[in-house]
Design a protein around this ligand. Structure first.
Ligand SMILES: NC(=O)c1ccc[n+]([C@@H]2O[C@H](COP(=O)([O-])OP(=O)(O)OC[C@H]3O[C@@H](n4cnc5c(N)ncnc54)[C@H](O)[C@@H]3O)[C@@H](O)[C@H]2O)c1
Length: 354
């Protein structure tokens, strides 16, 4: 292999376009081809990036020998089958989060990558965010003492995405706000904490605000416009707790709820200090010295984490070195999603050792 990898994009929707833009700027990456079942979005992306090779069936893209690796940016229920097909064709894979709609599928994907000796990296982009890595180093240095509690908020007022499309259809999305936004937060917390052993998860999801999609009023919508004849059978609200062998973790998330507050942060409470990560927007350290309590906030903005993750992907494919977002690293977050949904369904705490 040369000093760059040839990449094919599978899925030219919102994230597929972000993939293409990031690949174009990332070291070690060369965009070669794209595939999508929607001719319109496929042509638009190909034109913008000067791509000559486009495919309406991704199987044809997988036969292209110039393609070393593919990105998978399609609805969640297609992550597993498309990733398995790509691995079978001996391609390395960058698959978007969540890994899959179930932990069982995620394990199948990990096993297939291992058997084929191909890299399978997940798009948990926060692992490539400067702020997240700075916090990880501070926590590991012991500067804020033992972290005993983590509080996670991922709440919006009126932001159900793609109402009536695949995002709100359990058979295609696997779940709602927890699998869509929660996975990012849970994964970054486990990354920072060094994956403490999970003892139990207890949680509850609610699907109340768009039971009749036509009555749901909104301010913004990712993947608009709404399809009022589609289904909405996933949770737009989620809350719960995760007991670990390390810190106690609680979370509250809402694509939408009836309190107008946007709260996107993670608090790490340590015995000697605390850190609030403002999601996507830096962090504040709370500490004290002999004289006074203080608050410190880095001034420098993060570099583009999406570009970083593709540079990291290419580097690990080229060198064979581990990637911080290898599927094995992300499996604990996927397991927590499964335990959350089981807990919500069964109305009880789910223990890891059951
Ligand atoms: N990492 C992030 O920050 C982030 C952000 C947004 C979305 N995502 C993830 O990316 C994935 C896609 O989300 P999106 O917002 O781009 O959705 P989207 O609906 O905008 O795009 C999905 C695309 O997949 C295409 N597609 C469907 N079936 C296909 C098939 N069989 N072959 C080829 N293409 C097919 C659709 O035509 C569409 O263009 C989801 O899993 C989502 O969770 C990640």
């Amino acid at each position: 292999m040369s000093n760059e990898i040839g990449l094919g994009i599978i899925g030219c929707g919102t994230i597929g376009n972000m993939h293409a833009d990031s690949i174009a700027r990332a070291e070690g990456c060369k965009l070669v081809a794209a595939a999508d079942i929607d001719e319109g979005v496929l042509k638009a992306l190909a034109t913008r990036h000067g791509l000559e090779r486009t495919f309406s069936d991704y199987h044809d893209l997988l036969t292209d020998p110039e393609i070393d690796a593919v990105t998978v940016g399609v609805p969640n229920h297609l992550h597993a089958p498309i990733t398995l097909d790509a691995l079978a064709a001996s391609k390395h894979v960058f698959c978007e989060k969540p890994i899959a709609t179930t932990y069982a599928d995620a394990e199948r994907m990990a096993n297939a990558a291992h058997a084929k000796g191909r890299r399978l990296v997940i798009g948990v982009v926060n692992r490539y965010a400067d702020s997240v890595n700075q916090i990880k180093r501070i926590v590991e240095s012991g500067d804020i003492g033992e972290v005993y509690q983590v509080n996670i908020k991922f709440k919006s007022y009126r932001s159900i995405p793609g109402l009536g499309g695949w995002f709100t259809d359990k058979s295609r999305a696997g779940g709602g706000v927890m699998i869509d936004w929660g996975v990012h937060f849970i994964d970054l917390v486990f990354y920072i904490l060094g994956a403490p052993r999970v003892l139990a998860v207890s949680g509850q999801g609610a699907s109340m605000l768009a039971r009749d999609p036509a009555k749901y009023k909104f301010l913004d919508m990712w993947a608009a416009p709404p399809n009022y004849s589609g289904v909405c059978d996933v949770e737009e609200y989620a809350s719960g707790i995760i007991r670990t062998a390390g810190p106690f973790i609680n979370f509250e998330g809402a694509w939408a709820c009836n309190i107008n507050e946007k709260a996107m942060y993670v608090d790490f409470l340590g015995a000697d200090g605390g850190i609030r990560l403002d999601y996507g927007d830096g962090f504040t350290i709370y500490g004290q010295n002999a004289e006074f309590l203080y608050e410190t906030r880095p001034v420098k903005k993060d570099a583009d984490a999406y570009v970083n993750e593709f540079a990291g992907f290419a580097a690990s494919v080229l060198s064979g070195a581990p990637n911080r977002a290898d599927i094995e690293e992300v499996l604990p977050a996927q397991k927590i999603l499964d335990m959350f949904y089981e807990s919500s369904r069964e109305g009880k705490e789910i223990r890891a050792d059951r």
